[in-house]
Design a protein around this ligand. Structure first.
Ligand SMILES: [Zn+2]
Length: 127
């Protein structure tokens, strides 16, 4: 009897399983962020409607417009992140995850850990 556990490491599978977990956790968190941003957006829009009677040079109106633009930018970012996460999950399903779309070489695990939605290796990052 051998005391060694019969565990066969399949590094690639493990990396993909980890990436899937990480991406799914990211997706949940990003979706929550997006819901919160949409709620903030609604309240900002409501307050801008309230101040519509005021003149456009009203400093509060400008602040609200700025706030609204910021919330919209953040919501757009979150929506784009969800799209990128879904694309990455799709690549895991099709077995192309972690392969650079430019040069076709494997993307280093460290980069995928830092950026699970990465589609290129560091050398191929578009500048
Ligand atoms: Zn590359």
């Amino acid at each position: 009897m051998t005391p060694e556990p019969a565990v066969h490491h399949r590094p690639e599978r493990d990396v993909h399983a980890e990436a899937r977990n990480r991406l799914q956790a990211m997706r949940v968190a990003t979706a929550e962020t997006l819901v919160a941003l949409e709620a903030t957006h609604r309240s900002v829009v409501d307050s801008s409607r309230d101040s519509n009677a005021d003149d456009e040079h009203d400093p509060e109106g400008a602040t609200i417009a700025f706030e609204r633009a910021q919330v919209e930018a953040l919501a757009r970012e979150a929506a784009e992140r969800i799209t990128a996460i879904d694309a990455a999950l799709g690549r895991i399903d099709t077995g192309t995850y972690g392969v650079c779309v430019v040069c076709g070489r494997p993307i280093p695990a460290g980069r995928l850990e830092a950026r699970p939605t990465a589609t290129t290796c560091v050398a191929c990052v578009v500048r």
